[in-house]
Design a protein around this ligand. Structure first.
Ligand SMILES: [Zn+2]
Length: 285
């Protein structure tokens, strides 16, 4: 399903199993594959209803919004504009709430998703076993930037995390048709299950920002500046530490982008970031 090599043709129920065990397919891998398909379908269905539930819970914590708002929108919007956000920024409210739920520390124990995972295990957040499995995996998910690496038309895409260089497979038929290699996605990749060959499958939420390919080198430059800044206090900090501790700056980059191609605007973002972090232009080479 995910391998680029074509899969062997599916055997009939009474044919020898493709794995070479010598048993009939129906007595060997057929039930295993059926169970995997059922599980994948259930996880995907659960994901569609769980994410709105998580965001709904986030919505019930308005006391924490002003500080989180300032961090995420970099002062561009004030909290009283929350209800207009979708008009001001594409899916602005959903982007904020998704980041708030997955990335923002709601208390000394961490994020809302981490809290819901504990509440689900304790039974205080009503949940099904599928929801609990998704939450377990979702605890580690943060806002990240990914470059599109390989497209499997009509199936999905391989992407590379700009900070960690890790590869992820997004299973999304529609996205595989409208996204091109080299373009950038900034958002939360949600774990939605495991393929038959053990590849982890990810889905993209509606709140993902889709950027043109000319932004990839500038985004790397932008993160390098934040890396240099973080290393002033933590010399051993890696690029992954930067996005782990400051995922909100990825949104600062997105909201500073021009709405039409403009290379000068991209350079201006870098210059502005360098100045605001008090980094010398010569110091980051
Ligand atoms: Zn078999």
């Amino acid at each position: 399903m995910v391998n680029t090599a074509p899969r062997p043709k599916k055997p009939g129920r009474n044919d020898p199993c493709w794995c070479g065990s010598g048993r009939k397919y129906k007595d060997c891998h057929l039930p295993i594959e059926e169970a995997q398909r059922t599980e994948q379908r259930e996880l995907r269905r659960t994901q569609e209803t769980l994410l709105p539930r998580v965001l709904e819970t986030a919505r019930e914590m308005p006391a924490l919004f002003p500080a989180a708002f300032e961090l995420f929108w970099n002062g561009r919007y004030t909290f009283d504009q929350m209800s207009d956000l979708d008009a001001l920024e594409e899916r602005g409210a959903e982007r904020f709430l998704t980041w708030f739920a997955f990335d923002y520390s709601v208390d000394e124990n961490g994020t809302l998703v981490e809290r819901l995972t504990r509440d689900a295990a304790a039974g205080t957040f009503a949940s099904t076993p599928y929801e609990q499995r998704l939450l377990q995996q979702w605890q580690a998910i943060r806002l990240r930037a990914y470059v599109i690496n390989t497209i499997r038309k009509g199936q999905g895409l391989w992407v590379v995390d700009i900070a960690s260089a890790e590869r992820f497979y997004i299973e999304d038929q529609a996205a595989s048709k409208r996204i091109k290699v080299g373009e950038v996605l900034v958002g939360h990749l949600l774990w939605i299950g495991t393929a038959a060959d053990d590849t982890a499958l990810y889905g993209i939420t509606g709140a993902v920002a889709h950027l043109t390919s000319d932004t990839a080198p500038k985004l790397r430059e932008f993160l390098a500046l934040h890396h240099a800044d973080l290393q002033r206090t933590t010399p051993a900090a890696t690029l992954t530490d930067v996005v782990q501790q400051r995922s909100h700056v990825l949104n600062h980059f997105v909201i500073a982008l021009p709405t039409s191609p403009d290379p000068g605007a991209l350079d201006a973002i870098i210059d502005h970031t360098r100045a605001s972090l008090h980094l010398d232009a010569a110091a980051d080479t």
